[in-house]
Design a protein around this ligand. Structure first.
Ligand code: CTP
Ligand code: MG
Length: 686
C-alpha cells in the first residue's frame, strides 16, 4: 500500500532529492513481491551480529566517557550549588553506538532551566569545548557540544528527570530478549548513517527511532517484546508541576517469545513492513501500550498543513501536528513527530524505500548503511590521547614543549596585564560611581536647606505670635482644675462663695481656658520648630561628611568610561584565557607522555650517579621555574629537571601561592572605595 502523501499529485520538481519516492509514485516498486532469499537473510544476520560486536563499548571508551562526566560534574556543581548531574540516554540504557553521545541532566532548582543552560553554554565555551550550541526551542532545551579531546558529543539538559525513567524503560526492554539490542542498534545505526536521525534538521531523534523499533518488536505477528508500561498508578512522579505515571514491570516478568526469527530476519521484516505497510497512515506508534493505536482513538489526526502541501509550498516551513505520530511512553500527550518537517518526512520515506529495494537486491549491511553525509560524521571517538606522539622522537616532543612553555608565558603575561588593568578600571568605576552618588546626595541635602530655613522662620514666628509670654500647658491645666473645683465644690461649713468672688473666679476660669488654647498651639509650633532645627543641623552635618568622603578623582572622567574599559578588557581576555587553557592542556598532555616514557625507561637497570652535589637540584629548579614564568629560553637539562619536579603544574602552584599572597596584599591595599565612617553612624540617628 502506498502512503497517502505518495499518492497525491505533488509537483515532481519539488521531489528531485527523493528519487525512491518518485520511483514508487511511478509504480516501479512491486511491494507485493518478496524477493529476498533465505541465504541472503542469513548472511544479513551474520553481518548485523558482526556489526553489533564492533559496537560494543570498550573499557577505554567507558573510562573516557566517565572522565568527561567527572570533569563536567566538577565544574557544574561548583557553579550551581546543591545541583546534581546524572547520566541518562543510551549510555545508561545500553543502547549506545560506539560513537554515541553522552546525555546528562543537571538537577537544579535555583534558576529557570533556560537561564541555567545559557550559563552552562558560556562556561563550556570558556572551557574550550567544541561546537557549543544552545537549543532552547525544543521540548527539552539542551546545550550540545563536543568534547575537544575525545570528540565525543555531549548533550546537557536541566531538570529533565522524566528521561531518567524512560531510559530505565528502554534498559528493561533490552534485557527481555537478546535480539532486542542488536535489532535497535541496527535501526539506529541505519537512521544515523542515512542522515534521518537529527531532530534539529527535521527528522526523528535517536530516541524516537528506538521507540519505533521497540513498537515493531511488540506488534509483529509473534511479538518479541511485551508491554512493560503498567499505567496502574503504582509509581507517580511529579516533574515540572506535571504528574506522570512511570510504573513499569520488571524485566524478569514471565514472558517468553514464540518468535524464533533471527535478528537479520527481524530487520528484513521491519523494513519491509515500514515500506509496504507505512504504519503512520492510520496509526500512532505506541511503545507505552505495546500496540499501534488508531489515530482516531488517540485523537491524533494529522493537522494542517499536510506533508504534501508543505513540500510544494516553500513558505510552509512547519508541518501540522501528528505527521508521523510516535507517542512518548510516559508522557502520552507528547508526540515525538513534532520535530519533523516536510523535507524530513520525505527523506525518511525515501530512505525506507531505498533500504527496502536494496534488501531485495541482497545488498550488504555496509552498503545498506553507507554514510550519506560524511561531512556530518563525528567519526570514532579519539581514545588514544597520545596517538600523534607515538611516532615522534623524545627530543622533538621536548622541543615542542619548550615552544609551548614560551607561548604560554607570553599569554600568561598578556592575561595578567589585562586582568590587573581591568581590576583597576573596576576600582575606578566603583569610586567614581560612589562619588556621583555622594554628589547627588549632597545636592539633594543642600536643596532642602533653604526651604527648611524658611519653614523654621515661619514656625518660629507663628509660635511667638500666638503667645509671647509662653506659659507651659500643664501649668494652665493645673490652674484650670483648681478654679473649676473651687467653683463646683459644695461648702462643708454651709458658707457659700460671695457673688463677687464667684464672678472673679468665673472670669479667671474663662481667661485660663483661652490661655489653654493658645498654649496648646504654641506648644505645637514649638515642637515643630525644634524638629526642623534638628533636621537642619543633621543635614548640615551630613553635607560636611560627604565633602570629606568625596575623593578627588573626578578629573579622571566618568565612571561609565571605566565600565566600558573593563568590558573591553573582558572581551579581550576571553579568547586569551581560552587559548591559555588550550596551551595548558597541550602542555599537560606532552608532559604526561614524557613522564610515561621516562617511567618505562626507569624500569631498565640504571647506573648510580656518583658525587651528586647536595641541594644543587633545589636551587636549580627555582631558576628553571623562573625561566618558565618569564618565558626565557631554557635547555633540555632544564626541561628534564622541570619534568622531574612536577612539570608546569608545579610552576602554577608556585604562581598560585604567589597569587594568594597578592590576594592578601590586596586586602590590605588602601581602597579608593569611600567607607562609611562617622557618617554611617550619624545617619542612623536621623
Ligand atoms: N529523550 C526524551 N525525549 C525526547 C528525546 C530524548 O525523553 N524527545 C530522552 C530519552 O530518555 C533518551 C535520551 O533523552 O534516551 C537521549 O536521547 P537521544 O540522545 O536522542 O537518544 P539515545 O537513546 O541516547 O541515543 P544515541 O545513542 O543516539 O544518543
Ligand atoms: Mg544520546
Amino acid at each position: 500500500m502506498l502512503t497517502n502523501f505518495e499518492r497525491l499529485n505533488v509537483d515532481k520538481k519539488r521531489l528531485v532529492d527523493y528519487q525512491h519516492v518518485i520511483s514508487a509514485m511511478a509504480g516501479n516498486y512491486q511491494f507485493e513481491r518478496n524477493r529476498a532469499n533465505s541465504d541472503f537473510v542469513k548472511l544479513l544476520d551474520e553481518q548485523i551480529l558482526t556489526f553489533f560486536e564492533a559496537q560494543k563499548i570498550t573499557k577505554p571508551l567507558i573510562n573516557r566517557r566517565n572522565g568527561i562526566i567527572k570533569h563536567l560534574r566538577k565544574i557544574l556543581t561548583n557553579k550551581f550549588h546543591n545541583s546534581k548531574l546524572s547520566s541518562f540516554g543510551s549510555f545508561e540504557s545500553g543502547l549506545s553506538l560506539s560513537n554515541g553521545d553522552i546525555d546528562l541532566c543537571l538537577e537544579f532548582d535555583g534558576e529557570p532551566p533556560k537561564k541555567v543552560l545559557k550559563k552552562i553554554a558560556r562556561m563550556l565555551n570558556e572551557d574550550g569545548m567544541k561546537d557549543v550550541k544552545l537549543i532552547t526551542n525544543a521540548k527539552v532545551p539542551i546545550v550540545k557540544f563536543i568534547d575537544t579531546q575525545s570528540m565525543i558529543p555531549v548533550d546537557i539538559s536541566v531538570n529533565n528527570n522524566l528521561s531518567v525513567y524512560n531510559t530505565e524503560l528502554l534498559k528493561r526492554y533490552c534485557n527481555i530478549d537478546r535480539r532486542v539490542k542488536p535489532f535497535i542498534l541496527a535501526v539506529k545505526y541505519w537512521a544515523r548513517q542515512r542522515g534521518i536521525c537529527d531532530p534539529t534538521s527535521g527528522t526523528f531523534s535517536s530516541y524516537a527511532w528506538t521507540l519505533i523499533a521497540i513498537n515493531a518488536l511488540q506488534t509483529i505477528s509473534e511479538p518479541v517484546l511485551p508491554n512493560l508500561c503498567l499505567k496502574n498508578g503504582s509509581n507517580l512522579v511529579t516533574i515540572g508541576g506535571n504528574q506522570y505515571d512511570v510504573s513499569m514491570a520488571n524485566d524478569d516478568i514471565d514472558f517468553k517469545s514464540k518468535n524464533s526469527k533471527s535478528v537479520g530476519e527481524l530487520i528484513y521484516e521491519f523494513f519491509t513492513t515500514l515500506a509496504t505497510k507505512w504504519p503512520w497512515d492510520k496509526s500512532v506508534i505506541s511503545a507505552g501500550t505495546g500496540k499501534l493505536v488508531s489515530r482516531k482513538e488517540k485523537g491524533w489526526e494529522h493537522k494542517k498543513p499536510y506533508i504534501s502541501d508543505a513540500i510544494q509550498d516553500q513558505k510552509l516551513v512547519r508541518l501540522g501536528k501528528h505527521s508521523l505520530p510516535v507517542e512518548d511512553p510516559f508522557d502520552e500527550i507528547h508526540d515525538l513527530s513534532i520535530v519533523l518537517d516536510a523535507q524530513g518526512v520525505y527523506e525518511i520515506r525515501d530512505e525506507v524505500l531505498r533500504i527496502y529495494s536494496m534488501l531485495n537486491d541482497s545488498n550488504d549491511w555496509a552498503n545498506l548503511c553507507q554514510i550519506k553525509y560524511p561531512e556530518l560524521d563525528f567519526g570514532a571517538p579519539q581514545l588514544d590521547l597520545f596517538a600523534d606522539l607515538r611516532g615522534k622522537q623524545e627530543s622533538e616532543i621536548k622541543d615542542d614543549l619548550k615552544t609551548l612553555y614560551r607561548d604560554l608565558a607570553i599569554i600568561e603575561r598578556s592575561v595578567s596585564v589585562r586582568e590587573s588593568e581591568r581590576n583597576e578600571a573596576i576600582r575606578m568605576s566603583k569610586a567614581l560611581r560612589r562619588n556621583a552618588e555622594l554628589a547627588r546626595e549632597q545636592s539633594t541635602l543642600s536643596a532642602e536647606l533653604r526651604p527648611r530655613r524658611s519653614k523654621i522662620n515661619e514656625v518660629q514666628s507663628k509660635r511667638d505670635s500666638s503667645n509671647n509670654n509662653y506659659i507651659p500647658v500643664h501649668f494652665i491645666e493645673d490652674e484650670l482644675l483648681k478654679v473649676y473645683l473651687s467653683l463646683t465644690k459644695e461648702s462643708g461649713t454651709g458658707v457659700e462663695l460671695s457673688f463677687d468672688k464667684e464672678k472673679a473666679l468665673f472670669s479667671w476660669f474663662f481667661e485660663l481656658q483661652s490661655m489653654h488654647e493658645h498654649a496648646k498651639l504654641t506648644r505645637k509650633y514649638h515642637r515643630e520648630f525644634l524638629r526642623l532645627v534638628n533636621q537642619q543641623e543633621q543635614s548640615i552635618e551630613h553635607i560636611k561628611d560627604i565633602r570629606e568622603e568625596i575623593i578627588s578623582v573626578s578629573s579622571f572622567g566618568n565612571f561609565t568610561d571605566f565600565d566600558d574599559l573593563a568590558k573591553r578588557l573582558l572581551i579581550e581576555l576571553n579568547p586569551l584565557k581560552k587559548e591559555r587553557r588550550k596551551l595548558r592542556r597541550e602542555v599537560g598532555r606532552l608532559e604526561a607522555w614524557l613522564r610515561k616514557q621516562s617511567s618505562q625507561d626507569s624500569n631498565r637497570p640504571k647506573f648510580k650517579r656518583k658525587h651528586s652535589p647536595k641541594n644543587k637540584g633545589s636551587r636549580d629548579i627555582k631558576q628553571v621555574k623562573n625561566k618558565v614564568v618569564s618565558g626565557d629560553s631554557f635547555s633540555l637539562q632544564d626541561l628534564d629537571l622541570l619534568l622531574k619536579n612536577g612539570g608546569l603544574n608545579s610552576v602554577n602552584q608556585q604562581t598560585n601561592s604567589n597569587q594568594k599572597s597578592t590576594r592578601k596584599a590586596k586586602k590590605n591595599k588602601p581602597t579608593l572605595q569611600p567607607h562609611r565612617g562617622k557618617r554611617g553612624k550619624s545617619s542612623k540617628n536621623i
